[in-house]
Every structure is written in structure tokens, then in C-alpha cells.
Design a protein around this ligand. Structure first.
Ligand code: ATP
Length: 267
């Protein structure tokens, strides 16, 4: 856990007073978050506290009712998902979203928008040019998959539906990395993983972190939170109730109360 240093320059991510209601439920109610380049924040909170909605707002799945989202000072508030992805925010989902009938490497190449535009490209640059571009895309996809080389290199041409749950999670992370994001959001990356797989994924996250990529991670497992975060944000009923290093947050009375009120998810 490092001490957080704020610079005067625009932070990588600046979220102010972000809000979203569904009917009478204030899923996210005025949340602020400042994330400097290279930092890793974990977002915790009981079930239904607004964590996934917060990610859905950051990635344009929902438009916020109020507040603002800035990436490197650029206002992304209310932009559609593809524009936000182009601006540099990539994510994985709590419920894995991959093309199950496509192979591991195809899923990652699609993350790079290569095959999708192949028809159009062929008319512009010709078959040879297209083949060269596909080879380059395959090389780049392999570079991103190399984070999980022992797990995924033997399975590059296997359709995703044949993979274990943990391997599907790994493919999803590689696909998100393949767009070279400025900010990577991981929504419960270790959910459904056994302790051994979880420990391995913590090492993978530390490796991504060492490359300098800024990350926000929704995570329930406290040992994972302790090992990957620069700081922790705690949500409860859509509001930020605590922020700080893992130990400070763990001993915060509001946090203890929030979890005691929701014993099924006590961290
Ligand atoms: N599309 C939606 N329509 C209506 N209500 C929603 C919608 N999405 C979220 N909510 C509500 O908003 C609140 C926050 O939900 P959210 O899924 O963001 O919480 P969470 O912290 O991610 O929960 P979990 O840990 O269970 O994934 C909940 O009360 C939920 O029922």
C-alpha cells in the first residue's frame, strides 16, 4: 500500500457527484472518485450498494442523472459506450461476456476491432494488406494473452465454450487489455475462482499494475483487496461511506455497520 500523491495536473479519472436512480432506488447517489495515473482502487460494499451501476455509468451502459466523468480532463459524461471505450476505458463484466463460439485468440482480436472490419478493410487495402494486418493483430493479441501464457497458449484455437470458468475470465481480461486502455475496470475478477486460481489472478493483476495501467476493481474477497489496492472505496446504498487504505477502511465504524446490516456479504 503506497501513500497517495496528488498532482496539480488533471487526474487520470475524475468522477464528481455521480448519480443514477432506477425508479425509487438511488443506485448511485452523488459519488466522487479521483484516480491518479498508475493507481489501483478497489471498490467494495454489500450487495446492492451500487458498485456495478457505478461501473455501468463509467462505461456508458447507463447515462448518469447527475454528475460528471472526466478522463485526463476530457468530459465523457453521457457519451455512448463505444465512444467511452475509444476514449480509453475498458472493462470486464461480473457475468462474463465473450463470443462463446469463437476461439480464444479470435475473442481477443475482436477486442482490437480487426476482424469485425475485415470486409471493409479488404476493399481498401486489398487481400495481401489485409493478411499482413491480421498477422500483426494476431501477434498483438498473443502479446496480451501472454499474461496468461501457461493457461491460454495451449488453448488459443479452442472455442471459448470449452474453457473452464477461470480461463474465460482470463480471456475477458486479455480482451480488455487488447484495446490498450488508459483505465481498466475489473468487475469481480475472482468471482467463482478457487483459492489457488484467486492467488494466481492476484499475481496477474500485480503484473498488469507493474506495467503502469490504472485500474478500478470491484472485489468482495478481502485478501485480494489487501494485496492489489492503493486505496479502497466503500459504497453502501449508493453512497461512498469510506475511502482510504484497506486497514483504515476495515476499522471504520460506518463500514462495519454497513456490513453487519448485510451479513450475507460481510467481508
Ligand atoms: N437496471 C436496473 N433497473 C432497476 N434497478 C437496478 C438496475 N440496476 C441496478 N439496480 C438497483 O440498483 C441498486 C444497486 O445495484 P448494483 O447492481 O449496482 O449493486 P452492486 O453493489 O453491484 O451489487 P452486487 O454486489 O450484488 O453485484 C440495487 O438496489 C439494484 O436492485
Amino acid at each position: 500500500m503506497t501513500k497517495r500523491a496528488h498532482s496539480d495536473a488533471a487526474p487520470l479519472l475524475e468522477v464528481s457527484s455521480l448519480g443514477k436512480a432506477f425508479g425509487g432506488v438511488q443506485a448511485v447517489g452523488g459519488v466522487d472518485l479521483r484516480l491518479e495515473r498508475g493507481e489501483v482502487v478497489t471498490i467494495i460494499g454489500p450487495n446492492g450498494s451500487g458498485k456495478s451501476t457505478f461501473f455501468n455509468l463509467l462505461t456508458g451502459i447507463y447515462a448518469p442523472d447527475s454528475g460528471a466523468i472526466r478522463l485526463e480532463g476530457v468530459d465523457l459524461t453521457g457519451l455512448p459506450g463505444h465512444r467511452i471505450a475509444q476514449a480509453g476505458i475498458a472493462r470486464t463484466f461480473q457475468n462474463i461476456r465473450l463470443f462463446n463460439n469463437l476461439t480464444v485468440i479470435e475473442n481477443v482480436m475482436i477486442g482490437m476491432h480487426t476482424s469485425v472490419r475485415a470486409g471493409l478493410l479488404e476493399t481498401v487495402i486489398g487481400r495481401k494488406g489485409l493478411r499482413r494486418r491480421e498477422e500483426a493483430a494476431r501477434e498483438a493479441a498473443l502479446a496480451h494473452l501472454s499474461l496468461f501464457r501457461h493457461r491460454l497458449f495451449p488453448r488459443l484455437d479452442h472455442p471459448v465454450f470449452t474453457l473452464s470458468y477461470a480461463n474465460r475470465r482470463r480471456v475477458e481480461i486479455a480482451r480488455a487489455l487488447a484495446v490498450n486502455p488508459k483505465l481498466l475496470l475489473l468487475d469481480e475478477p475472482t468471482a467463482g475462482m478457487n483459492p489457488y486460481e484467486t492467488a494466481e489472478l492476484v499475481e496477474n493483476i500485480q503484473e498488469i499494475r507493474a506495467s503502469g495501467l490504472t485500474m478500478a476493481i470491484i472485489e468482495h474477497k478481502l485478501d485480494v483487496v489487501n494485496r492489489v489496492s492503493d486505496f479502497v472505496v466503500v459504497l453502501d446504498q449508493g453512497k461512498k461511506i469510506a475511502e482510504g487504505d484497506a486497514e483504515t477502511v476495515r476499522n471504520d465504524t460506518h463500514v462495519i455497520e454497513a456490513y453487519l446490516g448485510h451479513p450475507a456479504t460481510a467481508a
